[in-house]
Design a protein around this ligand. Structure first.
Ligand code: CS2
Ligand code: MG
Length: 402
């Protein structure tokens, strides 16, 4: 079998998605997500101009060899653009392998380790009362885990709070929205949010929170300590993770579990945090961490150090990535939880898929391969529409982390 076509499809059914479609000489097709939010066309070009020509004529069954051919062969290793492009090829080849074998991809990864994939939803609101009503919507749908994000009194725009509740979408503008930030105000708000949520929903609901890289290690330590009595499932990205030894400081002061890694691209980004046991959950996922092949390596390393998985699953990862993530989640022994931000109905129409939500779990489906397709005619009706993620400034105007 040979690859005869590798095509990049860019579509914007409400938000931008980049998809790689690989076709074999037998007519088997495979899909890979290549969406890098706010920098979509860089990956599209990397794939179209530099990778697709190399794929023609290759044996699609040689997934490992193709991965190394693209990783080692580029000379310029790692980084979000390269690793997203490699991920797209890798994911499409796993899809093809599954279709050729007549098996869902999770069967090729060792079969089920669990009955369903526990997911968390993103409950957000301007006020604590609004967030609690959103949490209630999730619990009514059967969710066992909810991430709570609230506006900060005194700040006009806060990360994670949107108009469109169930379909949270941060990349919305032709120029980045300018948000403001105060760690002091924020650190006063979060314990109140957790207290009110526990009070209304009791001890069983898993509560998560995304700090979105905004604190210093000692501030994060204080936040973690102030939340311990509410038993959070995790706090996510408490500090930017370039300085990984900084997490030692957090660990010295709090037992609140830490999740990191949605912007990581390779096992080397994860190594220190995992091997020093500085985190509890690794959030890398298929599209930005080199595909199923590389993500499995990260998860296997994590398993040695009691670190469980908690893959990113925001709306800017397409249903192709979500589908691939679920096949990994259902198979790996050290699965923790999966983020699940719902896509809009239109996105689901462009990417018809077999995975289903029921009673707090996602189920990957039994179709051969990844169980996701792209309706190319419909996709063509929604051309690329540039959109940026916000930026963030302190109250005195200094640039801060978004
Ligand atoms: C977030 C994302 O879902 C999350 O955990 O951190 O909303 C993130 O901001 C976007 O995926 C960025 O593209
Ligand atoms: Mg996050």
């Amino acid at each position: 079998m040979k690859i005869v076509d590798a095509r990049v499809i860019v579509t914007c059914p409400g938000r931008n998605f980049v998809t790689l479609k690989i076709t074999t000489d037998d007519g088997v097709t495979g899909l890979g997500d290549a969406t890098l939010n706010g920098r979509e066309l860089a990956v599209a070009s990397y794939l179209r101009d530099h990778v697709a020509p190399l794929l023609i004529g290759r044996d699609p069954a040689r997934i490992e060899d193709t991965w190394n051919y693209l990783y080692r062969g580029a000379y310029w290793r790692r980084g979000p653009v390269t690793m997203t492009a490699i991920a797209a090829v890798d994911t499409a080849l796993w899809d093809i392998k599954g279709k050729v074998a007549g098996l869902p991809v999770y069967q090729l990864l060792g079969g089920r380790s669990r009955d369903g994939v526990t997911v968390y939803g993103h409950a957000n609101g301007e006020t604590v009362a609004e967030v609690l009503d959103e949490v209630a919507r999730y619990t009514e749908l059967g969710y066992k885990a909810v991430r709570v994000q609230c506006g900060v009194p005194g700040l006009p725009v806060t990360y994670g709070v949107s108009q469109d509740k169930m379909f949270y979408e941060p990349a919305a503008a032709r120029r980045p929205v300018e948000a403001t930030w105060s760690s002091e105000k924020y650190l006063r708000m979060v314990p109140e949010l957790f207290a009110a949520t526990r009070d209304r929903f009791g001890p069983d609901l898993h509560l998560l929170h995304d700090v979105h890289h905004r604190l210093t290690p000692i501030e994060a330590a204080r936040l973690g300590a102030s939340l311990e009595e509410y038993a959070p499932f995790w706090i996510e990205d408490p500090v930017p993770a370039e300085l990984q030894e900084g997490f030692r400081l957090i660990r010295q002061h709090t037992t609140t579990p830490i999740a990191v890694g949605e912007v990581f691209n390779s096992i080397w980004d994860c190594q220190q945090l995992i091997t020093e046991q500085l985190i509890d959950y690794i959030r890398a996922t298929v599209v930005h961490a080199g595909g199923i092949t590389h993500l499995r390596r990260i998860f296997d390393l994590a398993a040695l150090y009691h670190v469980r998985t908690g893959s990113h699953g925001a709306t800017d990862l397409s249903p192709v990535c979500m589908s691939a993530a679920l096949h990994v989640d259902i198979a790996v022994p050290n699965f923790g939880i999966q983020e699940y931000m719902r896509h809009t109905e239109l996105t689901d129409e462009v990417f018809p898929h077999g995975y289903r939500f029921a009673d707090g779990y996602l189920h990957p489906g039994e179709e051969p391969g990844l169980g996701v397709e792209i309706d190319e005619k419909l996709a063509a009706r929604y051309p690329y529409d540039p959109a940026y993620l916000p930026v963030n400034r302190l109250l005195d105007g200094s640039m801060h982390h978004w």
